[in-house]
Design a protein around this ligand. Structure first.
Ligand code: PFF
Length: 505
């Protein structure tokens, strides 16, 4: 008999490194600290941990478990539950594809900054503190006055983006037998850099002030719903859920492999890394506060500014080895981003294409890398930052991820259903999950995600256009969601072809 054999991780450690690599990304060193900063420091950790336990871990068990059960990436999982649900597997694939197009541009900035750090091009000493912002906005991004003015692509960024995609191609075109070992080295190197950065941060004058802000919880903030919305959506983002890729990574787990413990290790390992990275970030926030005698609110640490302005400011004022710490920081950021980006490209897009169309891995990889690179060029333009890391990000990594996640949990929880998945997972897992899991998946997770989508998203974005952009620009969020949903229904109608490139027994 001819049996199709799916590719397999070379061992459990490889899977864990790859899954950790997928989850630990720019979000840990950049998004988590700035959200914590924005939402009043320590108080943010409470909804974040609740989100991790109540939403994140059960949802990750669903994605790993369903991928392994159906031995397929997301579309095959939902097509397996019922042909009429296949679109629900494609929608996150489109979101994953969208995310890769601009996330890799942010990685291109990090490459550009590795070069800049070699000479601390934004200046040294207090002059560096004032030079870091214009350096980022004007010299690196050449930023235009608004999203209406796209301008030309910035040559250096296009070059860096090409390197990013070339690296992703090299890691993915041979599949998980390369992804596994590469993830191990990438993660160990990135963690080593992170430890260096934390030690450097903690030994800087003023570090304690910053840490005080990080760790002292201001419980009054918890009454603010915004804090909960931000924490829950960050949990989904940081664990790389709702992006299709974890189904595929789960599908490569051996038939007798563990699910639930792997999900615990991945989730806690990821969140521990975020928490640890927070020490590096907040110690340098304290250092800047002390060096420039400014209060915490005046340390520009919002959004992309935290990585590309605040850190350069701190690096420029360090007492020595400035370039060394600059390079370590941006290299660390690059490596963290890399393992997330190739995860999303491979698990989120390439695997689904191979599973659906039966095309070879090299063909699928080439198509995805080339098209995503070409689209990414739009986000290297002078107005690109408004469209990629902002508008498209809001569409796919907020709405797309949370909506598809909520719908997936409903369809799996009630249709598959959750009890069957739980029994299946318990057959091979190190520790057994109880019936509580069923109710989390059927009700709590989708309700919480929909709550965030509706009150933290729709209600706000309909009342006032997102980001204060002109209406037509903000409306692109709805256009992107509608088009990707339409394309998902279309793909559901296309006939599935058996994979060609498989080993046979
Ligand atoms: N968990 C990732 C992070 O926190 O950066 C999210 C992610 C983003 C994964 C982009 C993959 C990706 F390409």
């Amino acid at each position: 008999m001819v049996e199709v054999v799916r590719e397999r991780w070379g061992g459990r450690p490889y899977f864990i490194f790859a899954a950790l690599g997928s989850a630990i990304g720019l979000g840990n060193l950049w998004r988590f600290p700035y959200l914590t900063y924005e939402y009043g420091g320590g108080a943010f950790l409470i909804p974040w941990i609740i989100g991790l336990i109540v939403l994140g871990i059960p949802w990750m068990i669903v994605e790993f478990g369903m991928g392994r059960y159906f031995q397929s990436s997301a579309p095959g999982v939902f097509g397996g539950i019922g042909k009429k649900w296949e679109w629900l597997g494609w929608w996150p694939v489109w979101c994953a594809f969208g995310i890769t197009t601009y996330y890799t541009v942010v990685m291109a900035w990090t490459l550009r900054y590795i070069g800049a750090a070699a000479t601390t091009a934004w200046g040294v000493g207090e002059a560096g503190a004032t030079g870091a912002a214009p350096f980022f906005w004007e010299q690196v991004l050449h930023i235009s006055s608004g999203p209406e003015v796209l301008g030309a692509p910035v040559g250096a960024l296009v070059g860096c983006l090409a390197i990013v995609w070339a690296v992703i191609f090299l890691v993915t075109f041979k599949g998980i037998k390369v992804i596994g070992p590469v993830s191990k080295y990438v993660m160990i190197t990135a963690w080593t850099f992170l430890v260096i950065l934390v030690i450097r941060g903690l030994t800087l004058p003023g570090a304690a002030q910053g840490l005080n802000f990080y760790l002292a919880p201001d419980f009054s903030g918890l009454g603010n719903m915004e804090v909960w919305f931000a924490a829950f959506s960050q949990i989904a983002f940081t664990l790389s859920l709702g992006m299709a890729g974890m189904y595929a990574y789960g599908s490569f787990i051996a038939k007798k492999g563990d699910i639930s413990n792997n999900a615990f290790i991945t989730s806690f390992g990821n969140c521990a890394t975020s928490f640890f990275a927070g020490f590096a970030v907040f110690s340098i926030v304290g250092f800047i506060m002390q060096s420039l005698s400014i209060p915490v609110g005046e340390v520009a640490a919002k959004s992309v500014g935290l990585a590309f302005i605040t850190w350069p400011v701190a690096i420029s004022m360090m007492p020595g080895a400035n370039s060394f710490f600059g390079i370590i920081f941006f290299l660390c950021l690059f490596l963290l981003g890399l393992s997330s980006a190739y995860f999303l490209a491979y698990g989120g897009v390439i695997s689904p294409l191979m599973d659906k169309f039966g095309i070879s891995r090299i063909k699928a990889t080439t198509i995805v890398c080339v098209i995503a690179f070409l689209i990414g060029i739009i986000f290297t333009t002078e107005g690109g930052i408004y469209w990629g890391p902002d508008i498209l990000d809001r569409a796919v990594s907020f709405y797309g991820l949370l909506l598809t996640g909520a719908l997936a949990c409903i369809v799996i929880g009630w249709g598959f259903p959750a009890s069957k998945l739980r029994k299946y997972v318990n057959e091979t897992s190190d520790f057994k999950i109880g019936a509580w899991f069923d109710w989390l998946i059927k009700i709590v997770v989708p309700a919480a995600l929909l709550f965030v989508v509706i009150y933290g998203g729709f209600v706000q974005d309909i009342a006032t256009p997102y980001g204060g952009y002109p209406l037509w620009v903000a409306s692109m969020i709805w256009v992107i969601l509608a088009v990707t949903l339409g394309l998902s229904f279309w793909l559901q109608k296309v006939k599935t072809r058996a994979p060609k490139e498989v080993s046979r027994k």
